[in-house]
Design a protein around this ligand. Sequence first.
Ligand SMILES: [Zn+2]
Length: 205
Amino acid sequence: MSGGKKTLADWTVGAEAIVYQSCGACGSLQYFRRSFCCACGASDPIEKRASGAGTVYATSLVVRAATPETRALSEFIEARRNIAALQTYHNAGGMILRAPGREGGVMRPSDERVHQALAQRGEKMLPFYRSMVVWKDLYTVWGGEFDWTYGALGIVSFSNELWNSNMNAGRDQLGTGFGFASPVVINGKVIVTHDLNVAVYGLLQ
Ligand SMILES: [Zn+2]
């Protein structure tokens, strides 16, 4: 057997097997393939297939699209590979948000120019909105929608608000005393209780 060469197929090439090495001189076992025994230095340890029996010490479960709502959205997008642009809605804040969400993320320069041009146009249409890159101007988001829709699928992606209750504060802002009361939604209207009154949010007339 020649030094460190693969002789048995393992999971790295699609076989359902874990392969390890056993030293013919001292009997030590090692997992990472070497041309020598890491314990005694003898050359050409023997490759063996693990039986498959063992003890599980730790597992982690990666759930993609965990809720029915997210699943419906991802199935909709995956079934339509010609989607060029995506617009989602975020909570209020006067932001026109765009990718990347992950820290240090960058766009291809040509994509950056397209996103910038659209965001600048948006700022003109909505004077109280600001163009922002999620991780740079707001906060880091790992595994956010943009890093899938833009990063993986190449879709021009934005997220912004329909309205912000501070934009017309006299009419829309929450009153005082709103702390431990949960807003409830009844018949499509959001109902919030305050100290002295009840605010009902719905479609503008
Ligand atoms: Zn050895």
